[in-house]
Design a protein around this ligand. Sequence first.
Ligand code: OAD
Length: 240
Amino acid sequence: MIGRFDKQTRVVILTGAGISAESGIQTFRASDGLWENHRIEDVATPFAWQRNPELVWGFYQDRRRQLLDVEPNAAHEALVELEQYLDEFLLITQNVDNLHSRAGSEKLIHMHGELEKLRCEECGVVVTAMDEEYLGETFVGCHQCHNERLRPHIVWFHEMPLRMREIDVAVGDCDVFIAVGTSGHVYPAAGLLGLAQACGAHCIGINLDPPQNVDLFDEFHRGKAGEILPEMVRKWTGRP
Ligand code: OAD
């Protein structure tokens, strides 16, 4: 098991829905998860948006409004402490909530998009849209062009995740790769562990249940991120 990190240790973190579970945000694949009550084909594909935009809009507006009622937890905060300790650090999240940035993470990539933002498919503008006028049930139009419907700035199934080149370079170059709260079901995110392992990184997993690619970790810690991660960060940074 790895001990204390030097400040020069290059660390890349990948987080998934499990890190926000203790803040009260549902994960996707648990028995009471989001994909139990909603079919991916109905709410999380470009075809769903074409076929039934009202349903898709309503699904994401509920999740956008929920951001006003949740707070970052001890696991989000521990990653901020780790970022501040290390010279080279990158946090890649599959999560579309805003809890990492609200906790204070700065070196952060939202590879699956962000609930806080809406995007115009006509002119490409992306707006941060959490004021009351943007949080209702009716569609909102683009201020920059004639498009009457902004879409959620979310990477849907059949779409490419964001900033993959930067992600691949960082994962390929890191010394330590840590995955927290992700089931390892959705690619390309799930493939980053294999890439890190192939490039010689020490790979650490923290998850409530063993994820499907658990055998690729050099160390696996089973339990809640909010309990395990603060303790591990104290050990890695040597801070009390
Ligand atoms: P999942 O719902 O597939 O997996 C969440 C994982 O977190 C599970 O393995 C749980 O065991 C674990 N978990 C739950 N509570 C935890 C806790 N307190 N501490 C630690 N681990 C905990 O969510 P993701 O792997 O993030 O994509 O899903 C990946 C992608 O699939 C999402 O980004 C989303 C979804 O479809 C899109 O919408 C494009």
